[in-house]
Write a protein that binds this ligand. Structure first.
Ligand code: 13P
Length: 260
């Protein structure tokens, strides 16, 4: 089954809503000028919550070929949860995706595997596709090998998920995030293959064949193609390079770098 590559830009806590307007317009025009084939790759933008409405209006009005995602959501749909953002709201803002279990949330906000699993359920019941992030620290890699932590995290996250659910998995080794210390394509492939086996075990072979598994961690225009060449890597979750227009545009056009 052919899987459409997904290039996802996680802006993290960068770009205010005015900068977001300029960024999205410039990205659109850069790709237009470069005759980007919008059918060959899906591009998702994950701005901060405060920019979602702004970017959604641009997507609607300009027909820019991007889809919208949020960086997190509440485990709850409504109620007295000050500061939380409901999946109901994200769905109404036409978000297609929502990141869950990013290592920065696991680390700085103490999100456990159980909370991540609740967020996966919150996403699915609100018609959002969860982008489930997993990945090991350097110490964990040295202690238990390259796949054990990610496999265990994904097993919990997929607990109770129906076989026909649409999910995306992102392998983001913590040691490669924002460090410039990128995993090798072979390292990414090894873990992504193990994660696809978890999807098969939990959701069945059809789901494993259609589910996209991304690599994230210091992805740049110069290395993205080497990851996308791997059979079990179906896209990239990009942090720092996703808020630099020319760099992100070059990542989206990764096929052109290698002439595939
Ligand atoms: P960097 O691309 O900045 O390493 O960040 C990766 C990431 O955390 C994307 O979610």
């Amino acid at each position: 089954m052919a899987r459409t590559p997904l290039i996802a830009g996680n802006w993290k806590m960068n770009l205010d809503h005015l900068q977001a307007v300029a960024f999205v317009q410039k990205l659109h025009w850069t790709l237009k000028d470069a005759a980007h084939d919008e059918n060959s790759v899906e591009v998702a933008l994950f701005p901060p919550f405060t920019n979602l409405r702004t970017v959604q209006i641009l997507i609607d009005a300009d027909k820019v070929p991007f889809v919208l995602g949020a960086q997190d959501l509440s485990t709850h749909d409504s109620g007295a949860y000050t500061g939380e953002v409901s999946g109901v709201f994200l769905d109404k803002l036409a978000c297609r995706y929502v990141i869950v279990g990013h290592s920065e949330r696991r680390d700085y906000h103490h999100e456990t595997d159980a909370i991540v699993a609740e967020k996966v359920q919150a996403a699915l019941r609100n018609h959002l596709v969860p982008v489930i992030c997993v990945g090991e620290t350097l110490e964990q890699r040295e202690e238990s090998g390259p796949t054990a932590v990610s496999v265990a995290q994904l097993q919990v996250a997929l607990e109770g998920v129906p076989a026909d659910a649409d999910v995306v998995v992102a392998y983001e080794p913590v040691w490669a995030i924002g460090t410039g210390q990128v995993a090798s394509p072979e390292q990414a492939q090894e873990v992504c293959a193990a994660l696809r086996a978890v999807v098969a075990e939990k959701l069945g072979d059809d789901a494993a064949a259609r589910t996209r598994i991304l690599y994230g961690g210091s992805v740049k225009s110069g290395n993205v193609a080497s990851f996308l060449r791997e059979p079990d890597v179906d896209g990239a979750l990009v942090g720092g390079a996703s808020i630099v227009v020319d760099e992100f545009a070059a990542i989206i056009r990764y096929q052109k770098h290698v002439g595939v």
